[in-house]
Structures are given as C-alpha cells and as structure tokens.
Write a protein that binds this ligand. Sequence first.
Ligand SMILES: CC(C)(COP(=O)(O)OP(=O)(O)OC[C@H]1O[C@@H](n2cnc3c(N)ncnc32)[C@H](O)[C@@H]1OP(=O)(O)O)[C@@H](O)C(=O)NCCC(=O)NCCS
Length: 330
Amino acid sequence: MNSRAIGIVSTGMYVPSQVVTNDDLARYLDTSDEWIQEKVGVKERRRAAAGESTSDLAVAAGLQALDKLSIMPSDLDLIVVATSSPDMIQPPTASIVQGKLGACNAAAFDVGAVCAGSVFALDVAAGLMLSHPDYRHVLVIGAETYSRILDWDDRTTCVYFGDGAGAAVLSDVPQGRGLLHSVLGTDGLKWDAITLLGGGSTYPASEDSVRNGLHKFRMRGKDIWTFATTTVPDAIERALARAALTADDLDFIIFHQANINIIRENMGRLGLPMHKTHTCMDRYANTSGASVLLALSDAIEQRKIRSGDLVALVGFGGGLSWGVSLWRWA
Ligand SMILES: CC(C)(COP(=O)(O)OP(=O)(O)OC[C@H]1O[C@@H](n2cnc3c(N)ncnc32)[C@H](O)[C@@H]1OP(=O)(O)O)[C@@H](O)C(=O)NCCC(=O)NCCS
C-alpha cells in the first residue's frame, strides 16, 4: 500500500459567455438542429471571445477550484494542463497559466492526450505526488478552444465541439479514499482517426495528406464510434477488475462528453442506469481534453457525487487513447 492517498479535493470550471446554437450553424452549413441533437446530443456550445485564449479559460477554471479550497496559487507545487488546442506550440500552456496565476512555486507542463487528456493528466499528477513527498497541492486543468482549430465548413467535425475548461486540485486524503486504480491505453496504429497538423511533420509536403485533409482538423466518426463502444467499456471492466470491483459497485461515472449515444451505449453495456452518469454536452458540446473535468465539476455543483462514492472517470479520443480512473470520493 502507498504511504499516501491522493484525492480530488476541489473542482472548478469555466465556459466563455458566447453561445452558438445548432441553428446558428445550420444557417450556413448543410446540417440541422434535429441531426445534431439526435446523432451527437448537442444543443449549443460556447465560443471563446476575441482575445480569450486557452490559458485564460484554464486560469478561470483553476481559480474557481483554488477559491473553493481557500488555498493560494503560491501554495501549488505543480500545474498540469491537458490541452490539444494550446495557446502556442511553445511554451507549454501550463507555463502561461502558472505565470497568469502567480503560482511561483509550481513546476508546470502540458499533457497531450487529446480527449483523454484530463484523465491522463490526473494520473500523471497523482503519480508525481507519490514520487515527490513534498508535493502537497497539485492543480490539474483541462482547457480547450477548439473554435480556433476547427474547420467551420466541415459539418462532420465542427458541430461536435465547444470551448471550455475544467480543473481539479489533488491533495492528500485519508487512506482508502482517493485514486484507487487506473488504466491508460493507446492504439497508435489508428493515430490517423483524429488529426490536426503540428509544425514538426512532413505531411504538408505530401499531396496525399492534403487530399486526405490532414492539414485541417479531421475525424473519422464511425471509427471513433467502434473504438468508443468496444475498447472503452473493456478498459472500464479492466480497471474495475484490478480493484476487485464490478460495475455494480460504481456509484457514479463521468464519461468524456463526446456524444450522448456513446454514453448511452456504454451505460447499457455496463448494465448501469443513466442516472449514474452526468451529461453536459447538450450545453457545452465536446470540449475534448477539458470535458471530463468540466463534467465532473458540473456534476459536483449539482450535488450528484457524495463522500464515499466510488466514481469512475473515463476519457477517450484522438491517439487513439483512453484512460479510466477509479476514485473513492474523499
Ligand atoms: C459519426 C456518427 C454520428 C455517424 O452515425 P451513423 O448513425 O452511423 O450515421 P448515418 O450513417 O446515419 O449518417 C451519416 C451521414 O450523416 C452525414 N452527416 C455528417 N455530419 C452531419 C451533420 N452535421 N449534419 C447532417 N448530416 C451529417 C454524413 O455525411 C453521412 O451522410 P452520407 O451517408 O450521405 O455519407 C457516429 O458514428 C458517431 O457518433 N461517431 C462518434 C463520433 C464522436 O463522438 N466523435 C467525438 C470523438 S472524441
């Protein structure tokens, strides 16, 4: 047994104020409110204001999580930001967040695992707390401004996503509480299921990549469906088995807010009723690496999670990557 138990002791969230409805998109795109609600479960999404960056969203969510705990940014030992829409390729968005927060004692870095980002970042942060006994408070943030990286003329991608941020503070909790077990996975043979070029590849020079649309944000939706409804529930079962638990033991489960139909399908596969999960993609859409922490914070705000509950956090998406972590709520 580890000498420390690490748990989520506070959460926060932030979404920009501008609302973009499905009808707003249907005004210029060959789509409809009906299709988007039926196939994705989104009614509206938020869009960052001009001058509002991923780091600004991250700072707002982070401050809310710190305020609830009454700890100062200078009390933080580490900041980990999950994002796939960073302010810049360099420096890490976490550095900018550290500077804006004035978290002068915190090391800071980004985790890139796209829509599984929040769950990967929580796992990395908890692991570092175990190997650094002097780390007392770690801030984990998922933040995205997909409105700036989407192809707004591609109806097969742009209708899914929104801007937002979620945050969690990790600290010591009583033994038996906090992070119990986790499973992380990647299928790199399917890396091209969701893509957007960075600056370090040769793809722009290739005619094939341009023809295949790799120079813009692209997603093979049906491949994601297959992955999300087979690999992901298997990973949940594996994480539960490692903790000698079953799906029946789960009090609550937060999924990446990819798509309402994926969540319904997976709750069915696990034999769990829908009231044991929380969805906010109808209001905020898929906020990629932010979505698990944003949905968690929203669920806690609505008092859906109580002390002692067994909670699963489930992230999945580009990579293809997936992460499942099990927490006994502190
Ligand atoms: C993509 C997905 C919605 C397709 O569902 P489906 O029930 O198999 O879809 P259908 O075959 O009925 O519809 C696909 C059609 O809708 C069209 N379509 C795609 N986006 C559309 C939109 N925004 N509005 C209207 N039509 C759209 C497609 O062009 C396709 O048309 P075609 O058959 O003429 O080529 C489903 O596989 C899915 O949910 N995948 C997961 C995607 C996801 O969650 N991504 C987030 C990843 S983190």
